[in-house]
Design a protein around this ligand. Structure first.
Ligand SMILES: NC(=O)c1ccc[n+]([C@@H]2O[C@H](COP(=O)([O-])OP(=O)(O)OC[C@H]3O[C@@H](n4cnc5c(N)ncnc54)[C@H](O)[C@@H]3O)[C@@H](O)[C@H]2O)c1
Length: 476
Protein backbone atom coordinates (compact mmCIF):
# COMPACT_ATOMS: atom_id res chain seq x y z
CA UNK A 1 0.00 0.00 0.00
CA UNK A 2 1.24 3.47 -0.85
CA UNK A 3 2.01 6.18 1.68
CA UNK A 4 1.19 9.47 -0.01
CA UNK A 5 3.00 12.75 0.63
CA UNK A 6 0.98 15.93 0.96
CA UNK A 7 1.69 18.91 -1.28
CA UNK A 8 3.01 22.32 -0.22
CA UNK A 9 3.46 24.93 -2.92
CA UNK A 10 3.49 22.26 -5.62
CA UNK A 11 6.13 20.08 -3.88
CA UNK A 12 5.65 16.66 -2.21
CA UNK A 13 6.30 16.78 1.54
CA UNK A 14 6.57 14.00 4.11
CA UNK A 15 6.41 14.34 7.88
CA UNK A 16 7.02 12.11 10.87
CA UNK A 17 3.30 11.46 11.27
CA UNK A 18 1.19 9.22 9.03
CA UNK A 19 -2.48 8.21 9.02
CA UNK A 20 -3.95 4.98 7.62
CA UNK A 21 -7.12 5.21 5.48
CA UNK A 22 -9.30 2.09 5.60
CA UNK A 23 -11.85 0.49 3.27
CA UNK A 24 -15.34 0.75 4.74
CA UNK A 25 -16.40 -2.64 3.33
CA UNK A 26 -13.89 -4.86 5.14
CA UNK A 27 -11.55 -2.55 7.08
CA UNK A 28 -8.59 -3.37 4.81
CA UNK A 29 -5.96 -0.71 4.30
CA UNK A 30 -6.58 1.59 1.33
CA UNK A 31 -3.30 3.44 1.85
CA UNK A 32 -1.86 6.06 4.15
CA UNK A 33 -0.65 9.62 4.02
CA UNK A 34 1.68 12.00 5.76
CA UNK A 35 0.05 14.64 7.95
CA UNK A 36 1.05 18.29 7.55
CA UNK A 37 2.43 20.08 10.62
CA UNK A 38 1.29 23.58 11.56
CA UNK A 39 4.42 24.96 9.94
CA UNK A 40 3.73 23.05 6.67
CA UNK A 41 0.25 24.60 6.60
CA UNK A 42 1.69 28.05 7.27
CA UNK A 43 4.19 27.62 4.41
CA UNK A 44 1.40 26.59 2.01
CA UNK A 45 -0.85 29.54 2.91
CA UNK A 46 1.96 32.09 2.71
CA UNK A 47 3.07 30.63 -0.63
CA UNK A 48 -0.49 31.01 -1.98
CA UNK A 49 -0.53 34.60 -0.77
CA UNK A 50 2.87 35.33 -2.35
CA UNK A 51 2.01 33.63 -5.67
CA UNK A 52 -1.07 35.77 -6.39
CA UNK A 53 0.43 38.26 -8.79
CA UNK A 54 2.62 35.82 -10.69
CA UNK A 55 -0.27 33.37 -11.14
CA UNK A 56 -2.87 35.98 -12.11
CA UNK A 57 -0.59 37.34 -14.84
CA UNK A 58 0.49 33.94 -16.20
CA UNK A 59 -0.62 33.74 -19.85
CA UNK A 60 -3.99 32.04 -20.26
CA UNK A 61 -2.55 29.53 -22.72
CA UNK A 62 -0.12 28.29 -20.06
CA UNK A 63 -2.94 27.79 -17.52
CA UNK A 64 -5.12 26.13 -20.15
CA UNK A 65 -2.23 23.89 -21.22
CA UNK A 66 -1.71 22.74 -17.62
CA UNK A 67 -5.42 21.94 -17.29
CA UNK A 68 -5.38 20.00 -20.55
CA UNK A 69 -2.40 18.02 -19.30
CA UNK A 70 -4.23 17.06 -16.10
CA UNK A 71 -7.31 16.06 -18.08
CA UNK A 72 -5.25 13.87 -20.40
CA UNK A 73 -3.31 12.12 -17.62
CA UNK A 74 -6.50 11.50 -15.63
CA UNK A 75 -7.68 9.57 -18.68
CA UNK A 76 -4.39 7.66 -18.98
CA UNK A 77 -4.33 6.74 -15.27
CA UNK A 78 -8.08 6.26 -14.91
CA UNK A 79 -8.05 2.64 -13.72
CA UNK A 80 -5.48 3.36 -11.01
CA UNK A 81 -7.48 6.36 -9.85
CA UNK A 82 -10.80 4.49 -9.96
CA UNK A 83 -9.38 1.67 -7.83
CA UNK A 84 -8.08 4.17 -5.29
CA UNK A 85 -11.48 5.92 -5.15
CA UNK A 86 -13.13 2.53 -4.54
CA UNK A 87 -10.56 1.58 -1.92
CA UNK A 88 -10.97 4.70 0.18
CA UNK A 89 -14.65 5.50 -0.34
CA UNK A 90 -16.30 2.08 -0.82
CA UNK A 91 -17.81 3.36 -4.09
CA UNK A 92 -18.47 0.52 -6.57
CA UNK A 93 -15.82 0.37 -9.28
CA UNK A 94 -18.20 1.19 -12.11
CA UNK A 95 -19.19 4.46 -10.43
CA UNK A 96 -15.56 5.20 -9.54
CA UNK A 97 -14.60 4.80 -13.20
CA UNK A 98 -17.41 7.19 -14.10
CA UNK A 99 -16.11 9.71 -11.56
CA UNK A 100 -12.63 9.72 -13.11
CA UNK A 101 -14.17 10.38 -16.52
CA UNK A 102 -16.17 13.25 -15.04
CA UNK A 103 -13.06 14.76 -13.44
CA UNK A 104 -11.15 14.57 -16.74
CA UNK A 105 -14.06 16.41 -18.34
CA UNK A 106 -14.08 19.07 -15.59
CA UNK A 107 -10.39 19.83 -16.21
CA UNK A 108 -10.96 19.85 -19.98
CA UNK A 109 -13.91 22.25 -19.70
CA UNK A 110 -11.90 24.49 -17.37
CA UNK A 111 -9.12 24.58 -19.99
CA UNK A 112 -11.62 25.63 -22.66
CA UNK A 113 -13.13 28.27 -20.37
CA UNK A 114 -9.63 29.56 -19.51
CA UNK A 115 -9.05 30.19 -23.22
CA UNK A 116 -12.22 32.23 -23.65
CA UNK A 117 -12.35 33.89 -20.22
CA UNK A 118 -12.02 37.57 -20.93
CA UNK A 119 -13.44 40.96 -20.11
CA UNK A 120 -15.63 43.56 -21.67
CA UNK A 121 -15.19 46.88 -23.43
CA UNK A 122 -17.77 49.60 -22.69
CA UNK A 123 -18.03 53.01 -24.35
CA UNK A 124 -18.92 55.59 -21.72
CA UNK A 125 -19.98 58.42 -24.05
CA UNK A 126 -23.59 57.35 -23.74
CA UNK A 127 -23.72 60.03 -21.02
CA UNK A 128 -22.29 63.53 -21.66
CA UNK A 129 -19.79 63.16 -18.77
CA UNK A 130 -18.30 60.09 -20.42
CA UNK A 131 -17.43 61.74 -23.74
CA UNK A 132 -14.11 60.40 -25.00
CA UNK A 133 -13.99 57.66 -22.35
CA UNK A 134 -13.82 53.90 -22.70
CA UNK A 135 -14.01 51.34 -19.87
CA UNK A 136 -11.99 48.17 -20.00
CA UNK A 137 -13.64 45.68 -17.63
CA UNK A 138 -11.42 42.76 -16.65
CA UNK A 139 -12.15 39.87 -14.29
CA UNK A 140 -9.38 39.39 -11.75
CA UNK A 141 -9.06 36.78 -8.98
CA UNK A 142 -10.54 37.85 -5.64
CA UNK A 143 -7.51 36.20 -4.05
CA UNK A 144 -6.30 32.73 -3.05
CA UNK A 145 -9.04 30.13 -2.70
CA UNK A 146 -9.52 27.67 0.13
CA UNK A 147 -11.27 24.60 -1.32
CA UNK A 148 -12.84 22.18 1.17
CA UNK A 149 -14.32 18.94 -0.16
CA UNK A 150 -16.48 16.04 1.13
CA UNK A 151 -15.87 12.29 1.07
CA UNK A 152 -18.39 11.18 -1.52
CA UNK A 153 -16.65 12.32 -4.74
CA UNK A 154 -12.97 12.31 -3.73
CA UNK A 155 -11.78 13.29 -7.21
CA UNK A 156 -14.52 15.10 -9.08
CA UNK A 157 -15.43 17.55 -6.34
CA UNK A 158 -11.73 18.29 -5.87
CA UNK A 159 -11.60 18.94 -9.63
CA UNK A 160 -14.48 21.41 -9.26
CA UNK A 161 -12.36 23.50 -6.86
CA UNK A 162 -8.87 23.11 -8.36
CA UNK A 163 -9.63 23.40 -12.10
CA UNK A 164 -11.53 26.74 -12.06
CA UNK A 165 -8.99 28.25 -9.65
CA UNK A 166 -6.15 27.36 -12.05
CA UNK A 167 -8.24 28.58 -14.99
CA UNK A 168 -8.49 32.12 -13.56
CA UNK A 169 -5.02 32.17 -11.98
CA UNK A 170 -6.14 32.09 -8.34
CA UNK A 171 -3.80 30.12 -6.03
CA UNK A 172 -5.66 27.32 -4.25
CA UNK A 173 -5.17 25.49 -0.97
CA UNK A 174 -7.20 22.28 -1.14
CA UNK A 175 -8.39 20.53 2.02
CA UNK A 176 -9.74 17.06 1.12
CA UNK A 177 -12.10 15.00 3.29
CA UNK A 178 -10.45 13.03 6.11
CA UNK A 179 -12.16 9.78 5.04
CA UNK A 180 -11.02 10.04 1.39
CA UNK A 181 -7.87 12.17 1.04
CA UNK A 182 -5.73 9.75 -1.02
CA UNK A 183 -7.21 10.40 -4.46
CA UNK A 184 -6.65 14.15 -4.04
CA UNK A 185 -3.05 13.45 -3.04
CA UNK A 186 -2.60 11.28 -6.13
CA UNK A 187 -3.99 14.13 -8.23
CA UNK A 188 -1.12 16.15 -6.76
CA UNK A 189 1.34 13.91 -8.66
CA UNK A 190 -0.35 14.91 -11.91
CA UNK A 191 -0.52 18.61 -11.05
CA UNK A 192 3.19 18.50 -10.20
CA UNK A 193 3.96 17.48 -13.81
CA UNK A 194 2.71 20.89 -15.02
CA UNK A 195 4.73 24.08 -15.02
CA UNK A 196 2.30 26.02 -12.85
CA UNK A 197 4.09 28.48 -10.53
CA UNK A 198 5.25 27.30 -7.10
CA UNK A 199 2.71 28.46 -4.57
CA UNK A 200 -0.21 28.25 -6.96
CA UNK A 201 -1.49 25.01 -5.41
CA UNK A 202 -1.18 22.99 -2.20
CA UNK A 203 -3.08 19.93 -0.95
CA UNK A 204 -3.29 19.64 2.82
CA UNK A 205 -5.01 16.63 4.43
CA UNK A 206 -5.43 18.34 7.81
CA UNK A 207 -7.93 17.80 10.63
CA UNK A 208 -11.26 19.61 10.89
CA UNK A 209 -9.74 21.85 13.58
CA UNK A 210 -6.86 22.86 11.28
CA UNK A 211 -9.37 23.29 8.46
CA UNK A 212 -11.36 25.72 10.62
CA UNK A 213 -8.16 27.74 11.17
CA UNK A 214 -7.64 27.91 7.42
CA UNK A 215 -11.21 29.22 7.06
CA UNK A 216 -10.43 32.15 9.33
CA UNK A 217 -7.01 32.91 7.76
CA UNK A 218 -7.24 36.34 6.08
CA UNK A 219 -4.76 35.29 3.39
CA UNK A 220 -7.44 32.99 1.93
CA UNK A 221 -10.29 35.44 1.17
CA UNK A 222 -12.36 32.98 -0.88
CA UNK A 223 -13.77 29.78 0.62
CA UNK A 224 -15.36 27.25 -1.72
CA UNK A 225 -16.99 24.58 0.43
CA UNK A 226 -18.78 21.37 -0.54
CA UNK A 227 -20.11 19.29 2.33
CA UNK A 228 -22.82 19.08 4.95
CA UNK A 229 -25.37 21.76 5.79
CA UNK A 230 -24.36 22.53 9.41
CA UNK A 231 -20.64 22.70 8.67
CA UNK A 232 -21.17 24.82 5.56
CA UNK A 233 -23.43 27.43 7.11
CA UNK A 234 -21.27 27.43 10.25
CA UNK A 235 -18.28 28.36 8.09
CA UNK A 236 -20.19 31.15 6.35
CA UNK A 237 -21.43 32.56 9.64
CA UNK A 238 -17.90 32.47 11.10
CA UNK A 239 -16.36 34.62 8.33
CA UNK A 240 -19.03 37.12 7.20
CA UNK A 241 -16.52 39.31 5.37
CA UNK A 242 -15.14 36.50 3.21
CA UNK A 243 -16.57 35.29 -0.07
CA UNK A 244 -17.99 31.87 0.85
CA UNK A 245 -19.66 29.57 -1.71
CA UNK A 246 -21.61 26.61 -0.32
CA UNK A 247 -22.54 23.39 -2.15
CA UNK A 248 -24.47 21.48 0.51
CA UNK A 249 -26.93 18.64 0.95
CA UNK A 250 -30.51 17.96 -0.05
CA UNK A 251 -33.43 15.54 -0.08
CA UNK A 252 -33.94 15.51 -3.83
CA UNK A 253 -37.43 14.71 -5.10
CA UNK A 254 -39.03 13.37 -8.27
CA UNK A 255 -42.57 14.05 -9.44
CA UNK A 256 -44.16 11.51 -11.80
CA UNK A 257 -47.06 13.17 -13.60
CA UNK A 258 -50.20 11.33 -14.82
CA UNK A 259 -49.29 11.76 -18.50
CA UNK A 260 -45.99 9.86 -18.16
CA UNK A 261 -46.40 6.49 -19.85
CA UNK A 262 -42.89 5.00 -19.85
CA UNK A 263 -42.97 3.79 -16.28
CA UNK A 264 -40.24 1.20 -16.94
CA UNK A 265 -37.83 4.03 -17.74
CA UNK A 266 -38.91 6.16 -14.77
CA UNK A 267 -38.61 3.18 -12.40
CA UNK A 268 -35.18 2.24 -13.73
CA UNK A 269 -33.88 5.80 -13.32
CA UNK A 270 -35.41 6.16 -9.85
CA UNK A 271 -34.01 2.82 -8.62
CA UNK A 272 -30.55 3.43 -10.07
CA UNK A 273 -30.15 6.98 -8.78
CA UNK A 274 -31.72 6.39 -5.39
CA UNK A 275 -29.19 3.63 -4.74
CA UNK A 276 -26.06 4.63 -6.65
CA UNK A 277 -23.12 5.28 -4.34
CA UNK A 278 -25.39 3.76 -1.67
CA UNK A 279 -27.40 7.00 -1.78
CA UNK A 280 -24.38 9.09 -0.78
CA UNK A 281 -24.82 11.79 -3.38
CA UNK A 282 -26.26 15.23 -2.71
CA UNK A 283 -28.71 14.67 -5.61
CA UNK A 284 -29.66 11.03 -4.90
CA UNK A 285 -33.37 10.41 -5.39
CA UNK A 286 -34.78 10.44 -1.88
CA UNK A 287 -38.46 11.34 -2.30
CA UNK A 288 -40.74 10.17 -5.12
CA UNK A 289 -44.19 11.73 -5.53
CA UNK A 290 -46.26 9.71 -8.01
CA UNK A 291 -49.68 10.74 -9.25
CA UNK A 292 -52.46 8.33 -8.20
CA UNK A 293 -53.02 7.34 -11.88
CA UNK A 294 -49.50 5.86 -12.11
CA UNK A 295 -48.66 5.16 -8.47
CA UNK A 296 -49.38 1.40 -8.21
CA UNK A 297 -47.62 0.46 -11.42
CA UNK A 298 -44.64 2.70 -10.71
CA UNK A 299 -44.23 1.36 -7.18
CA UNK A 300 -44.24 -2.25 -8.44
CA UNK A 301 -41.66 -1.45 -11.13
CA UNK A 302 -39.37 0.48 -8.74
CA UNK A 303 -39.45 -2.48 -6.35
CA UNK A 304 -38.57 -4.88 -9.13
CA UNK A 305 -35.63 -2.68 -10.22
CA UNK A 306 -34.33 -2.17 -6.69
CA UNK A 307 -34.46 -5.89 -5.92
CA UNK A 308 -32.43 -6.57 -9.07
CA UNK A 309 -29.50 -4.39 -7.96
CA UNK A 310 -26.28 -6.20 -7.17
CA UNK A 311 -25.02 -5.48 -3.67
CA UNK A 312 -21.76 -6.44 -2.00
CA UNK A 313 -18.04 -5.86 -2.33
CA UNK A 314 -17.59 -2.62 -4.30
CA UNK A 315 -14.32 -3.93 -5.75
CA UNK A 316 -16.24 -6.63 -7.64
CA UNK A 317 -17.25 -5.71 -11.17
CA UNK A 318 -21.02 -5.57 -11.52
CA UNK A 319 -21.75 -4.52 -7.94
CA UNK A 320 -24.22 -1.61 -7.94
CA UNK A 321 -24.54 -0.84 -4.24
CA UNK A 322 -21.64 -1.01 -1.80
CA UNK A 323 -21.18 0.07 1.81
CA UNK A 324 -21.68 3.50 3.32
CA UNK A 325 -18.62 5.47 4.33
CA UNK A 326 -18.57 3.93 7.82
CA UNK A 327 -20.61 1.87 10.29
CA UNK A 328 -21.82 4.93 12.20
CA UNK A 329 -23.39 6.34 9.04
CA UNK A 330 -25.04 2.98 8.33
CA UNK A 331 -26.42 2.73 11.90
CA UNK A 332 -27.91 6.20 11.59
CA UNK A 333 -29.62 5.27 8.30
CA UNK A 334 -30.93 2.04 9.83
CA UNK A 335 -32.39 3.95 12.78
CA UNK A 336 -34.10 6.43 10.42
CA UNK A 337 -35.71 3.52 8.53
CA UNK A 338 -36.97 2.06 11.83
CA UNK A 339 -38.35 5.45 12.87
CA UNK A 340 -40.12 5.88 9.51
CA UNK A 341 -41.87 2.52 9.93
CA UNK A 342 -42.80 3.32 13.54
CA UNK A 343 -44.31 6.58 12.26
CA UNK A 344 -46.62 4.65 9.90
CA UNK A 345 -44.53 4.20 6.75
CA UNK A 346 -44.60 0.86 4.89
CA UNK A 347 -41.31 -1.00 4.42
CA UNK A 348 -41.55 -2.52 0.93
CA UNK A 349 -38.03 -3.95 0.69
CA UNK A 350 -34.67 -3.76 2.45
CA UNK A 351 -34.18 -2.14 5.83
CA UNK A 352 -31.46 -4.39 7.21
CA UNK A 353 -27.84 -3.47 7.95
CA UNK A 354 -24.66 -5.53 7.98
CA UNK A 355 -21.67 -3.51 9.23
CA UNK A 356 -21.40 -0.43 6.99
CA UNK A 357 -23.76 -1.90 4.37
CA UNK A 358 -27.47 -1.05 4.34
CA UNK A 359 -29.80 -3.02 2.06
CA UNK A 360 -31.36 -0.96 -0.74
CA UNK A 361 -34.58 0.14 0.93
CA UNK A 362 -37.94 1.27 -0.45
CA UNK A 363 -40.55 2.83 1.83
CA UNK A 364 -44.04 4.00 0.97
CA UNK A 365 -46.36 6.71 2.28
CA UNK A 366 -44.04 7.87 5.04
CA UNK A 367 -45.18 10.94 7.01
CA UNK A 368 -43.51 14.09 5.67
CA UNK A 369 -41.93 14.93 9.01
CA UNK A 370 -40.02 11.61 9.33
CA UNK A 371 -36.26 12.02 8.91
CA UNK A 372 -36.17 9.90 5.71
CA UNK A 373 -38.40 12.57 4.13
CA UNK A 374 -37.49 15.82 5.87
CA UNK A 375 -33.72 15.42 6.36
CA UNK A 376 -30.91 14.23 4.10
CA UNK A 377 -30.74 10.40 4.32
CA UNK A 378 -27.39 10.00 2.51
CA UNK A 379 -28.07 6.27 2.35
CA UNK A 380 -29.74 3.75 -0.02
CA UNK A 381 -33.30 4.66 0.93
CA UNK A 382 -36.12 5.98 -1.23
CA UNK A 383 -39.68 6.82 -0.16
CA UNK A 384 -42.61 6.75 -2.59
CA UNK A 385 -45.73 8.80 -1.88
CA UNK A 386 -49.08 8.92 -3.70
CA UNK A 387 -50.29 12.42 -4.66
CA UNK A 388 -53.65 13.40 -6.11
CA UNK A 389 -52.49 16.24 -8.34
CA UNK A 390 -49.39 17.76 -9.89
CA UNK A 391 -49.95 20.83 -7.69
CA UNK A 392 -49.88 18.66 -4.57
CA UNK A 393 -46.59 17.14 -5.73
CA UNK A 394 -45.04 20.57 -6.34
CA UNK A 395 -46.22 21.77 -2.93
CA UNK A 396 -44.68 18.76 -1.17
CA UNK A 397 -41.38 19.08 -3.04
CA UNK A 398 -41.19 22.75 -2.07
CA UNK A 399 -42.18 22.06 1.53
CA UNK A 400 -38.56 21.29 2.40
CA UNK A 401 -35.71 23.25 3.89
CA UNK A 402 -33.53 22.03 0.99
CA UNK A 403 -33.55 23.01 -2.68
CA UNK A 404 -30.78 21.48 -4.79
CA UNK A 405 -32.35 19.81 -7.83
CA UNK A 406 -35.66 18.08 -8.64
CA UNK A 407 -36.94 15.84 -11.44
CA UNK A 408 -40.31 15.86 -13.16
CA UNK A 409 -41.48 13.07 -15.44
CA UNK A 410 -43.87 14.67 -17.94
CA UNK A 411 -44.06 14.98 -21.72
CA UNK A 412 -46.54 17.84 -21.49
CA UNK A 413 -44.66 21.05 -22.31
CA UNK A 414 -46.90 23.50 -20.41
CA UNK A 415 -46.71 21.25 -17.33
CA UNK A 416 -42.91 21.06 -17.66
CA UNK A 417 -42.62 24.86 -17.81
CA UNK A 418 -45.17 25.44 -15.08
CA UNK A 419 -43.58 22.96 -12.67
CA UNK A 420 -40.02 24.11 -13.31
CA UNK A 421 -41.10 27.71 -12.76
CA UNK A 422 -42.71 26.83 -9.44
CA UNK A 423 -40.11 24.48 -7.95
CA UNK A 424 -37.78 26.34 -5.57
CA UNK A 425 -34.54 24.50 -6.40
CA UNK A 426 -31.29 25.24 -8.25
CA UNK A 427 -32.14 22.97 -11.18
CA UNK A 428 -35.04 20.96 -12.61
CA UNK A 429 -34.63 17.86 -14.80
CA UNK A 430 -37.58 17.31 -17.11
CA UNK A 431 -38.09 13.69 -18.18
CA UNK A 432 -35.47 12.42 -15.74
CA UNK A 433 -34.37 12.12 -12.10
CA UNK A 434 -32.55 15.05 -10.47
CA UNK A 435 -29.26 13.15 -10.20
CA UNK A 436 -27.64 14.76 -13.23
CA UNK A 437 -24.88 17.30 -13.45
CA UNK A 438 -22.89 18.42 -16.48
CA UNK A 439 -19.88 20.71 -16.40
CA UNK A 440 -21.36 23.14 -18.91
CA UNK A 441 -24.29 24.00 -16.66
CA UNK A 442 -24.49 26.01 -13.44
CA UNK A 443 -24.95 23.69 -10.50
CA UNK A 444 -25.96 24.58 -6.95
CA UNK A 445 -28.81 25.00 -4.53
CA UNK A 446 -31.14 27.38 -2.74
CA UNK A 447 -32.41 27.47 0.85
CA UNK A 448 -30.35 25.25 3.17
CA UNK A 449 -28.73 23.55 0.16
CA UNK A 450 -26.30 26.38 -0.33
CA UNK A 451 -25.38 29.56 -2.10
CA UNK A 452 -23.43 30.11 -5.31
CA UNK A 453 -23.05 27.99 -8.44
CA UNK A 454 -20.35 25.57 -9.61
CA UNK A 455 -19.29 24.18 -12.96
CA UNK A 456 -16.07 25.64 -14.37
CA UNK A 457 -17.64 28.77 -15.93
CA UNK A 458 -19.76 29.57 -12.86
CA UNK A 459 -16.92 28.93 -10.40
CA UNK A 460 -14.54 31.05 -12.47
CA UNK A 461 -17.00 33.94 -12.27
CA UNK A 462 -17.35 33.28 -8.53
CA UNK A 463 -13.57 33.28 -7.89
CA UNK A 464 -13.09 36.62 -9.68
CA UNK A 465 -14.35 40.19 -9.55
CA UNK A 466 -14.57 42.99 -12.08
CA UNK A 467 -11.81 45.58 -12.29
CA UNK A 468 -12.36 48.65 -14.44
CA UNK A 469 -9.72 50.68 -16.27
CA UNK A 470 -11.12 53.91 -17.73
CA UNK A 471 -9.27 55.27 -20.76
CA UNK A 472 -9.83 58.98 -21.40
CA UNK A 473 -9.39 61.49 -24.20
CA UNK A 474 -10.19 58.98 -26.93
CA UNK A 475 -11.94 59.31 -30.26
CA UNK A 476 -14.54 56.57 -30.02
N1 LIG B 1 -24.08 20.25 -3.29
C1 LIG B 1 -23.05 19.54 -3.67
O1 LIG B 1 -22.46 19.77 -4.72
C2 LIG B 1 -22.57 18.39 -2.82
C3 LIG B 1 -21.78 17.41 -3.41
C4 LIG B 1 -21.35 16.35 -2.62
C5 LIG B 1 -21.65 16.29 -1.28
N2 LIG B 1 -22.41 17.25 -0.72
C6 LIG B 1 -22.79 17.13 0.68
O2 LIG B 1 -21.67 16.76 1.49
C7 LIG B 1 -22.13 16.06 2.64
C8 LIG B 1 -21.32 14.80 2.87
O3 LIG B 1 -19.97 15.08 2.98
P1 LIG B 1 -19.15 15.06 4.35
O4 LIG B 1 -19.81 14.14 5.31
O5 LIG B 1 -17.73 14.84 3.98
O6 LIG B 1 -19.39 16.56 4.83
P2 LIG B 1 -18.74 17.33 6.07
O7 LIG B 1 -19.44 18.63 6.16
O8 LIG B 1 -18.67 16.48 7.27
O9 LIG B 1 -17.22 17.56 5.62
C9 LIG B 1 -16.91 18.28 4.46
C10 LIG B 1 -15.51 18.85 4.59
O10 LIG B 1 -15.49 19.86 5.61
C11 LIG B 1 -14.40 19.63 6.50
N3 LIG B 1 -14.79 20.18 7.80
C12 LIG B 1 -15.57 19.61 8.76
N4 LIG B 1 -15.74 20.46 9.80
C13 LIG B 1 -15.09 21.60 9.46
C14 LIG B 1 -14.94 22.87 10.10
N5 LIG B 1 -15.49 23.13 11.30
N6 LIG B 1 -14.23 23.83 9.48
C15 LIG B 1 -13.68 23.60 8.27
N7 LIG B 1 -13.77 22.43 7.62
C16 LIG B 1 -14.48 21.44 8.20
C17 LIG B 1 -14.24 18.12 6.45
O11 LIG B 1 -12.96 17.74 6.92
C18 LIG B 1 -14.44 17.83 4.98
O12 LIG B 1 -13.26 18.09 4.25
C19 LIG B 1 -23.60 15.75 2.37
O13 LIG B 1 -24.41 16.65 3.09
C20 LIG B 1 -23.74 16.00 0.88
O14 LIG B 1 -25.03 16.32 0.45
C21 LIG B 1 -22.89 18.30 -1.46
Amino acid sequence: MSTFPFWVAGKPVTSGETVVVRHSFDGSEAGSHHVPSTSDTETAVQAAHDAQEEFATLPAHVRAGALDHVSRVLGERSEELARLITAESGKPLKWARGEVGRAASTFRWAAEEARRFSGDLQRLDTDPGGTGRLALVRRVPKGPVLGITPFNFPLNLVAHKVAPAIAVGAPIVLKPAPATPLTALLLGEILAETDLPAGSWSILPVSNEESAKLVSDPRLPVVSFTGSVPVGWGIRDSVPRKHVALELGGNAAVLVCPDWTDLDFAAQRIATFAMYQAGQSCISVQRVYAHADVYDELQAKVLEQVRALGTGNPRTDGVDVGPLINTDAASRVESWITAAVEAGGELLTGGKRDGATVEPTVLANVPEDASVMADEVFGPVVSITRVDSVEDGVRRINDSRFGLQAGVFTRDLPTAFDVSAKLRVGGVLVGDVPSFRADQMPYGGVKDSGVGREGPASAMADFTEERVTVLTGLTL
